[in-house]
Design a protein around this ligand. Structure first.
Ligand code: AMP
Length: 175
């Protein structure tokens, strides 16, 4: 099954110049959604994952399924001010300015083996910040999984050196 066939490219969204990779067209087709979940689950089965930490909002669509199938707990990583209890926070660079993500301080226990999941890897800033949150909580990042990896000029993988990275679809980008 060629998962790339199910990704819709939306030019100039949310701002001019961005080629937005729309994964809702993959998620809405059962066979494609199941295949994408299964490939990530199969890759990480038997690796002792105790928690799956997914980044809002599209990360949750796959993250919950993956956690359930791996017999792991599920952790929500969110934008600032969304989580109700005390949080750990991590700030990262954007092309212009900075952004932050948060996780509950008790979401991860020391020694948890964590799979970080997001729908798409672009510059790697978000995923790196998520890994830093896991490490702040004394968890161990076992891997980072994405449905889509944008390759080429963004060099997202370079930012995540040393981590096991799985991406199901590679799409080249030029800047
Ligand atoms: P980055 O931190 O640059 O790796 O950006 C990754 C995050 O931004 C992910 O949560 C993606 O959902 C989102 N994102 C970045 N670029 C795109 C794109 N071209 N299409 C869809 N989502 C994107």
């Amino acid at each position: 099954m060629n998962l790339e066939d199910y990704i819709r490219n939306v030019p100039d969204f949310p701002v001019e110049g961005i080629q937005f990779k729309d994964i809702t067209t993959l998620a809405k087709v059962h066979e494609a959604f199941k295949d994408s979940c299964d490939r990530i689950i199969d890759h990480y089965r038997g690796k002792g994952i105790t928690k799956v930490a997914a980044i809002e909002a599209r990360g949750y669509v796959w993250g919950g399924v993956i956690a359930y199938q791996l017999g792991a707990g599920f952790i929500l990583i969110r934008k600032p001010g969304k989580l109700p209890y005390k949080t750990l926070s991590e700030t990262y660079e954007l092309e212009y300015g900075t952004d932050s993500i948060e996780m509950h301080i008790d979401a991860i226990e020391e020694g948890d083996k964590v799979l970080v999941f997001d729908d798409l890897l672009a510059t790697g800033g978000t995923a790196k910040a998520a890994c830093n949150l896991v490490k702040k909580a004394a968890g161990e990042v076992i891997g980072i999984a994405f449905v889509i990896e944008l390759t080429g000029s963004l060099h997202g993988r370079d930012k995540l050196k040393g981590y096991d990275i799985l991406s199901l679809i590679e799409i080249p980008v030029e800047e």
